[in-house]
Design a protein around this ligand. Structure first.
Ligand SMILES: Cc1cc2nc3c(=O)[nH]c(=O)nc-3n(C[C@H](O)[C@H](O)[C@H](O)COP(=O)(O)OP(=O)(O)OC[C@H]3O[C@@H](n4cnc5c(N)ncnc54)[C@H](O)[C@@H]3O)c2cc1C
Ligand code: SF4
Ligand code: SF4
Length: 431
């Protein structure tokens, strides 16, 4: 029997894919962990702190990233995508395309000399386009693997046959412009899909002023703005006029529970807006926050208490009201116009900064990957799980975990991952 058939492929290396891989690897099962970005970690790496403990997100994640990259049973395949899957449970053949990094993995020591010399400034996706990175870059400071990669679309050598300054700067001779994309076939007994989610772009809700008003941002942007490793080094100012905001408004359910956009609940926003308001207060206790909500969905263990702490210890005002629109005054301060659900009155409040808690939406790769894997999607394009075993996809031997299945927070993604890993291990045992 092919030894590889005792292995599992995990697609997506966010917290869910990482946890599933570690669980399997600890059971002695070989794992191929496929990640399309140059570094693993997913959205959790972008967060400043995490509810319900308000621990530093990267401090919780970093040991798992390191364990994943060092574990003898895990083969990490970054810059990689699944192209084709054939076979059945117990014997899948998967074609994987790995894009060239143009930096030798065994030579780069992440010293950054190349980055200093690179003249190309590019919008930084990890920082939600709130700052620029170079064409040679690492996704984030603590990124794993700690190796640079070159953005071929933006690099002057690939676009204009010029430059190569990074090559001259690198004392380790790690730059390799001749690297090519590689296709390999891998045999595995089982597959776990863990490709996570995307965030809704609120630009389409014109009344909320996103991208029209400089002091209206999204929650994920706010996570980066307030993070010590983010574009403002953790000193919260309005990017527009450098003023320290003292009055913040968070608007829950932007694009969620909304028949025109996404009718489902994104499940995390009630909690993460409270967390973001708490962190803002910890930065500057003159900050006053209002959270506008339809109703507070705080169903998890200790979540009610967390919200209570928000209002008692962090001066958060919870306003039960449906926001109709956002206007702005002459100083570009946003004005929230809302209907007070208790009195049915339409009211206006002026703020320094408004933060939109936008929906978690299906990953844009979900449709294509569902076709490749031969699994079904639900009505919203999240991967469809079985009602009484949600980590089981509609195809034998293929399992699901994390926010690619439905919006879920980090603790639930971890639980989900362990469930999917247990089921995938059963398939391996049967081979
Ligand atoms: C603003 C905001 C704040 C939040 N704050 C909190 C919080 O404080 N506490 C909490 O518990 N939760 C929080 N969450 C939710 C949290 O982000 C998710 O629970 C968690 O990230 C889900 O992990 P995941 O691994 O399922 O998905 P992701 O984190 O999305 O990871 C998916 C991984 O798959 C990779 N991938 C995608 N497509 C492919 C492909 N085709 N092939 C290969 N790889 C692919 C991605 O690059 C990524 O690395 C927050 C969410 C938001 C939007
Ligand atoms: S490519 Fe070279 S210069 Fe750049 S970080 Fe790696 S070792 Fe340093
Ligand atoms: S060759 Fe490309 S990556 Fe290297 S320094 Fe020039 S623009 Fe940057």
């Amino acid at each position: 029997m092919d030894g590889r058939l005792k292995s599992v492929m995990v697609i997506g290396a966010g917290i869910a894919g990482i946890q599933a891989s570690l669980d399997l690897a600890e059971r002695g099962i070989k794992v191929d962990l496929i990640e399309k970005n140059a570094c693993i970690g997913g959205r959790m790496a972008q967060l400043d702190k995490t509810f319900p403990t308000n621990d530093c997100s990267i401090c919780i994640l970093a040991p798992k990233l390191a364990e994943c990259s060092r574990h003898p049973n895990i083969t990490l395949r970054t810059l990689s995508e699944v192209q084709k899957v054939e076979g059945t449970a117990g014997n899948f053949t998967v074609k994987v395309l790995t894009h060239a990094r143009y930096v030798k993995e065994d030579a780069c020591i992440n010293c950054g000399l190349c980055v200093e010399k690179c003249p190309m400034r590019v919008d930084d996706d990890f920082d939600m386009q709130l700052r620029k990175r170079r064409a040679i870059f690492i996704d984030y400071v603590q990124g794993v693997p700690a190796i640079m990669s070159i953005d071929k679309e933006k690099c002057l050598w690939f676009t204009k046959s010029a430059c190569r300054l990074c090559e001259k700067a690198c004392e380790r001779e790690a730059i390799d412009f001749d690297q090519e994309d590689k296709e390999i076939e891998i045999n595995v007994a089982s597959i776990i899909a863990a490709i996570g989610y995307d965030v809704f772009n609120p630009k389409s809700i014109i009344s909320l002023g996103y991208e029209r008003f400089p002091n209206v941002v999204t929650s994920l942007e706010f996570e980066r703005l307030i993070c010590a490793s983010g574009p403002l080094d953790g000193h919260l100012i309005r990017p527009f006029d450098k003023k320290e905001p003292k009055k913040l408004a968070f608007i829950n359910c932007v694009g969620s529970r909304d028949l025109k956009n996404n009718p489902y609940c994104s499940s995390c926003c009630c909690m993460y807006t409270t967390k973001e308001a708490m962190i803002a207060y910890e930065h500057d206790n003159e900050i006053q926050t209002s959270i506008f909500y339809i109703d507070l969905r705080a169903g998890g263990k200790g979540f009610r208490k967390y919200i209570q702490r928000g209002s008692e210890d962090y001066a958060i005002e919870y306003v039960k009201g449906k926001v109709a629109k956002i206007l702005q005054d002459e100083q570009k301060n946003p004005i929230v116009v809302y209907e007070d659900i208790n009195t049915f009155e339409v009211k206006e409040l002026q703020f320094d900064l408004v933060i939109l808690a936008t929906s978690m939406i299906p990953n844009k790769d979900a449709v294509k990957l569902s076709e490749i894997l031969g699994i079904k999607l639900d009505e919203f394009n999240f991967f469809k799980g079985m009602t009484y075993y949600p980590q089981k996809s509609t195809k034998e031997g293929i399992f699901l975990c994390g926010a690619c299945r439905e919006p879920m927070d980090i603790p639930n993604s971890v639980i989900d991952a362990s469930g999917a890993a247990a089921k995938a291990a059963e398939t391996v045992m049967r081979v």
